[in-house]
Write a protein that binds this ligand. Structure first.
Ligand code: PMP
Length: 432
């Protein structure tokens, strides 16, 4: 597999050698690292991207989940191009940021008001700060393997197997309590400590739904937070606008105090947001303009950047009726069950599962599934928490790249630009 990969990708290999001289590990995002080297993208269109060696890939990275409409959707491209011609940074307030916030408040149930950031990481950082400002309590509960970006408060400590992640002050780590997704554990934590001001949770479960939450968990968390006076933050950076126009909170009918958004929000451009209860966002208001006497600071050169705002508005208007989400989710379901059918037929232990338009491949365990779709909840938790052996995961990625399919790690997401023909071609590559 690796030899074939080396032979097929001389252009990417040369670029990686060049990259390694100026970029640590040759990459710009941890998840883009792949031995012996990653492919180098040259262009993208719809559900596909092409590399510098001229190979075409069915793309299941879809902009790390940002491209629900696929690459270069005409409405988004036109809006961005029109904005590009009118300036990319005004350093001033502008109409698009108002329209953008209006779309968010229209679609996302919890969003009474919105503050834009440049990324999802900044959104979760701000959400936690607002929660601390409002409660005066510094403690945060997060859940095992739940990902919220890379700032100091949410570094996935579990990936360091009990060791201290390098570069994070111990005081910061001590303020964050990492719990299993279990309501009893949350209750005991509140009973044991009176300094917890916020609970943050990935809306579909750890790592974009790789470990789904127990049924009723979100409602339970909301109730505990209400009772304990803590701020309930749902991180919908991945699920927002994808699970439904209003995200998981719309699907499950649960209303968080704050919600963090990014990815689809900005139509494939950089951008994030924290949205939610007016009285919490009011901590961003200037004293005198609102009831609060002290303000939470929030500068940010690229906050509500006009280009991101224009693309975001176009994207959110396009996805508002739920058609794109349904289409992507239907295709994902047929991909998951098709992949499981191949595993069954060939007697290969493993399972492909996922929710909405996301999927995860797990070639591990002894389980040969039925040839059907699994959302993950019916699978044993221990199985879901078992990572695939890293070398197997790597070879799977290389083997599929050799056959024109790019996974995102050991899974991926779909866009509404994917087609039934893309699913068939993926299943053929999977079988091979
Ligand atoms: N929260 C979740 C649930 C995410 O999946 C991510 C990114 N994958 C983030 C936050 C961080 O967003 P960003 O990469 O835009 O900083």
């Amino acid at each position: 597999i690796e030899q074939e990969y080396l032979d097929r990708h001389p252009g990417s290999r040369a670029l990686y050698e060049r990259a390694s001289r100026v970029l640590p590990s040759g990459v710009t995002h941890d998840s883009r690292y792949l031995r012996p080297f990653p492919i180098y993208a040259d262009r993208a269109e719809g559900a596909c991207k092409w590399d510098v060696d001229g190979h075409r890939y069915i793309d299941y990275v879809v902009g790390h989940g940002a491209l629900l409409l696929g690459h270069n959707h005409p409405a988004v491209t036109a809006a961005a191009a029109a904005q590009l011609a009118r300036g990319t940074h005004y350093g001033a307030s502008h109409l698009r940021e108002i329209e953008w916030a209006e779309e968010v408040t229209r679609l996302v149930p919890a969003a009474e008001v919105v503050r834009f950031t440049s990324s999802g990481t900044e959104a979760t950082l701000m959400a936690l700060r607002l929660a601390r400002a409002a409660t005066g309590r510094p403690g945060v509960i997060k859940f095992e393997r739940h990902f919220h970006g890379w700032h100091d408060y949410v570094v996935p400590a579990s990936s360091y197997a009990g060791r201290t992640p390098p570069g994070i002050p111990s005081a910061t780590l001590e303020s964050v309590l990492v719990l299993p997704p279990d309501l009893a554990a949350v209750e005991s934590a509140f009973a044991a400590r009176d300094d917890i001001g916020a609970v943050i949770v990935e809306a579909a479960g750890a790592s974009s739904g790789q470990v789904p939450l127990p049924r009723g968990f979100l409602h339970g968390l909301a109730e505990i937070c209400r009772r304990r006076g803590a701020v309930f933050i749902m991180d919908e950076v991945v699920t927002g606008f994808r699970w439904a126009p209003g995200g998981v909170q719309e699907v499950e009918g649960v209303c968080p105090d704050l919600v963090t958004l990014a990815k689809i929000l900005a139509g494939g451009f950089p951008g994030g947001a924290v949205a939610g209860r007016r009285d919490l966002l009011e901590y961003l208001q200037f004293p005198g303009a609102g009831p609060k006497t002290e303000k939470v600071g929030h500068p940010g050169t690229f906050n509500a950047n006009p280009l991101s705002a224009a693309a975001g508005v176009a994207c959110l208007r396009e996805i508002a009726d739920g058609t794109h989400q349904r289409r992507a989710a239907e295709l994902a379901a047929s991909l998951r069950s098709g992949m499981n059918a191949v595993l069954c037929e060939l007697g290969i232990p493993g399972v492909v599962y996922g929710q909405s338009s996301a999927f995860r491949v797990l070639l591990a365990g002894t389980m040969v599934p039925e040839a059907q779709d699994y959302n993950g909840r019916e699978l044993p938790r221990a199985l879901l928490e078992t990572p695939m052996p890293p070398e197997r995961a790597r070879l799977l990625q290389l083997a599929l790249l050799n056959r024109g399919v790019q996974l995102f790690g050991t899974g991926g997401m779909l866009s509404s630009a994917h087609t039934a023909a893309d699913i068939d071609a993926t299943l053929e590559a999977w079988r091979a």
